[in-house]
Write a protein that binds this ligand. Sequence first.
Ligand SMILES: [Zn+2]
Length: 283
Amino acid sequence: MPELPEVEITARRIDAALRGATIESAMAPGINALKTFDPPLDALAGRAITAVRRRGKHLVVDASGDLSLLIHLMSAGRLQLYDRRASIKDRTSRLLVRIEGDRELRLREFGTKQRAWVKLLATDAVEQDDAIAALGPEAWPEPPEMQQLLAGQGARPLHAVLRDQHVITGIGRSWVDEILWTARLSPFKRGDDLDAREATALREAIVTRLGGAIEHYEGVLQLPLPDKLPLPLEVHRRQGEPCPRCGATIEAVHYEDYVLCYCPQDQTGGRVLKDRRLSRLLK
Ligand SMILES: [Zn+2]
C-alpha cells in the first residue's frame, strides 16, 4: 500500500514531467474505477495539467479551467507516466490520460481486486469531497502535537490509531512500524496514555521517518517509477532479523491481512507480545 512518502514522490515526479502539458483524451477502462459521471471524463480533453499533488494518500491532478482528478491508489494501485500508450489489452489499466506527444498517465492496479478509484471534480470541490473532508491533519511535514491529538481517541493502541486516516493522514502499515520503532514506543501502548516525552518522540519520529523516506526516494527514483518502490524500511517485514539498533531479534504479530513488527528490547521492555496466529496454530 503506497503511504505518504510513496504518494508524495509519485506526485513530485509526475508534476515535474507533466505540469503545463495538454491532455488529449481520458478514459476509464476499469469498470469500477470512475466514481463520478458529471462532468464526464471527456471534459478533460484540451485542458492543460496545472499541478499534480498529494493530499493524504490521495493524488490530485489539477487541470486548467477548474477540474481535478482525485485518485486513491488503495493497496495495489500505481499512477505511472509512460512514453508510449497502453495496449487496450492491459487489464491492469483503470484510468488512461493521454498527453500530447504520445505520453500517457496511467492508473494501473495489480491483483484480483478492483479497489483503486478516481473522481473527476471541480478543483474547489476536492477539499469538500467525502474522502478528503473526513481526513485528519497531514502527518508530514508538520504533524500536530501528538498528546493533544491522541487524547481524544480513547484506549486505542498506537499501531491502530496512527493508521486511522481520520485521526492523522498518511501513515499505513509499513510506516507505522518504522515510526514506533524509531520513537521506541510499544505498538500496543494506548494512544491516550502518552506522557510529554513520549509524545515528542513520536512526533519527531513521524517527521524524520516520513521525511527521510521522501529524501531517499528523491535520490534513487526517476520516471518511469517502478511498480514496486524500494521502501527504506528497518523493521517492517523483518521479523526474525536482528534489530539494526540493538541487535535483538525483531518480533511480529500476525493479523488476518497484515503483520506488525517491533523490537522487544527497544519497544516493549523485553516482552514478546502474543502472536495470535501462532497461538492459534499451537491450539
Ligand atoms: Zn532494537
